[in-house]
Design a protein around this ligand. Sequence first.
Ligand SMILES: [Zn+2]
Length: 116
Amino acid sequence: MANPRRLLRLRNITEIARHTWSRIWPEPMPSGWKVYLVRKTVIQSVHGRQVCGVTLARSKTILVGRNTGHYSFETLVHELAHLRTLEEQIDHGPRWQHEFNSVARTTLGSELARHI
Ligand SMILES: [Zn+2]
């Protein structure tokens, strides 16, 4: 039988995520989280066509879509800002906006516009 990991073409990028987080925020990234790069169709079939990444709090998993037309690294940082503001009720609310647009974008600048 085919290996489901191969079918989904998951790539574990947790180390890249942790390293990226540590460059942006002083506190360590919450423990137990796994971050995967997957084909965008895997995410979009479940979460909708416009979605490039998703943060799943219950399974402590972040999925970052590949080949989304957006840059993968920016999507990763976008989702890390969600992880940073999990308790915020509004999607892309003021706390998320601050962490992503002020803190992360200021720290990483044009580096956001690259692929993983
Ligand atoms: Zn988002």
